[in-house]
Design a protein around this ligand. Sequence first.
Ligand SMILES: [Zn+2]
Length: 78
Amino acid sequence: MNKKHFCPVCGFDGLGEAAFSSSNEPSHEICPCCGFEFGFDGGNEPAVFEKFRQRWIKNGSKWFMPNLNPKNWDKKNK
Ligand SMILES: [Zn+2]
């Protein structure tokens, strides 16, 4: 039951549910790391994720919800 759900944008592995279900339904969860809202900021397309990631990195790869930042989290995009 403790399956990890990865953010397809930043690689954060603590999402509450899969960003997109097997039937491609977005979770509408907002990634606490990069701030991507699945389904709202874009659909399940690598190009969308890549574009968002580049913008996020350009802005300093800041945590969208800093209070949820686990202490041992290493950014995988550095
Ligand atoms: Zn993310």
